[in-house]
Design a protein around this ligand. Structure first.
Ligand code: ADP
Ligand code: ASP
Ligand code: MG
Length: 404
């Protein structure tokens, strides 16, 4: 069977008009003799609204009930798509994850798809039907509904492509593909024709919302090529594939920024083995995600300063945990909201010297102060004042010739 998996994001099914448009895309693949599997997210804004409601009901909303609640948006979107196809005379029906089933492992709110039962869907495809499958949700060993992390319909699509051995997996969204940086933040951003899993994973993890990071891990592990393209404009998009398929002469492939980070600094921490673990253990057990970490070398062997970043919304919780932590001693605790992490990403930097210097120099030329730095083999991140985000993106985009 020549199977194609088509995934539509919330922006693509955000209105009734858009849903009608999406069904035209689906119909075209059927005309080209593909067996089409559709995955849909909830209509734009619906999931956010459900999350908001959960917070209003309880500051400590049950994780398993959260999954039942927030996964409900996908059900409505899938039914609307299926019913429109039926209206057009096409055989179609919606499938909730548990009806297939799509099995997941792991914790509520953050599960991973581990198995998809193919039987019912294969039978339905053979009968000429188009299954419209809810993204983002699954079912666990205890028959409880699970979700797979915000933006998770991307991963649903990749895993469906894997289990059904699809010829193509296409992610339809509201932009024309993956850009050198968020095209909604920088007009000059350019569409990338092809990008490696590794670079896309870094970009996604560092703020490029266009793809969910887990989905790229799944695609890389299973060698699934992903096409990202627009639901509204008929133009070639971006191919996400293995590195050996790519000839690229750019040093930097993309730039990302975050907008809701906060910086925490502990001054004069008593320096002894195990102190960093004592600071981070309670943060981790409270599900606070710590990102950049810098520790100064202590000049006298007794005290050190430690800085790290977290999400803004975790600031109050973090403050309480540190202040109540009996296992650490420090002189002063500082917090700074309104910081942004800017990252440049590219496999080209492995073989090109001087990239770090060029990044720092171009920020210095714009009088942008760097607060924290962190690097990996294919990315360099700096923390700056949030108000300088656009200026930094513009300068770096130009410095690394991404405008061209
Ligand atoms: P969907 O509803 O289709 O899942 P998302 O909102 O999750 O769409 O992702 C699309 C958005 O990702 C775009 O509207 C864009 O603003 C944002 N984005 C961030 N970084 C990038 C990038 N490098 N390339 C393309 N889009 C990006
Ligand atoms: N509707 C879910 C969310 O908003 C999943 C997705 O969009 O992929 O996170
Ligand atoms: Mg998305």
């Amino acid at each position: 069977m020549k199977i194609v998996v088509l995934k539509f994001g919330g922006t693509s099914v955000g209105t009734i008009e858009k849903i009608k448009k999406v069904t035209e895309i689906i119909r075209n693949y059927q005309k080209k003799k593909y067996k089409v599997i559709v995955v849909s997210s909830a209509m734009k804004g619906v999931t956010n609204d459900l999350v908001k409601k959960s917070k209003e009901i309880s500051g400590n909303f049950s994780d398993s009930e959260y999954d039942v609640l927030v996964s409900s948006g996908e059900q409505a979107a899938c039914s609307l798509i299926a019913a429109r196809l039926i209206h057009l005379g096409i055989k179609s029906r919606s499938w909730l994850a548990w009806q297939i089933p799509i099995l997941t492992r792991g914790f509520h709110k953050n599960s991973r798809i581990c198995q998809i039962n193919k039987n019912k869907i294969v039978k339905y495809l053979k009968e000429g039907g188009i299954p419209i499958i809810t993204g983002f949700q699954g079912i666990n060993n205890d028959d409880r509904i699970t979700t797979i992390g915000r933006g998770g319909s991307d991963a649903s699509a990749i895993m469906l492509a894997k289990f059904f051995k699809a010829k193509r997996c296409i992610i339809y969204t509201d932009v024309e593909g993956v850009y050198t940086t968020d095209p909604n933040k920088l007009k000059r951003a350019k569409k990338i024709k092809v990008i490696s899993y590794e670079e896309m994973l870094e970009m996604a993890s560092l703020g490029a919302k266009v793809m969910q990071p887990v989905s790229i891990q799944d695609a890389r592990l299973n060698r699934i090529d992903i096409e990202v393209k627009s639901s509204f404009i008929k133009k070639p998009g971006t191919l996400i594939t293995r590195r050996s398929n790519i000839i690229n002469n750019k040093i930097i492939t993309g730039i990302t920024s975050t907008y809701n980070d906060a910086k925490v600094t502990l001054i004069g921490v008593k320096d002894k083995p195990g102190v960093a673990a004592s600071i981070f253990r309670p943060l981790s057990s409270n599900s606070i995600n710590v990102d950049m970490v810098v520790q100064n070398i202590s000049s006298n062997g007794k005290e050190t300063d430690l800085t790290f970043t977290i999400k803004n919304e975790d600031l109050n919780k973090t403050r309480k945990i540190i202040v109540n932590n009996k296992n650490i001693n420090f002189r002063k605790l500082l917090f700074e909201k309104g910081v942004s992490k800017i990252s440049i990403i590219g496999v080209g930097m492995i073989t090109t010297p001087g990239v770090t210097f060029r990044m720092f120099k171009s920020l210095a030329n714009k009088k942008i102060n760097i607060k924290v730095i962190s690097t990996s083999e294919i990315k360099i991140s700096v923390l700056i004042d949030k108000k300088n985000t656009k200026k930094a993106l513009t300068a770096l985009h130009k410095e690394f010739k991404l405008d061209k």
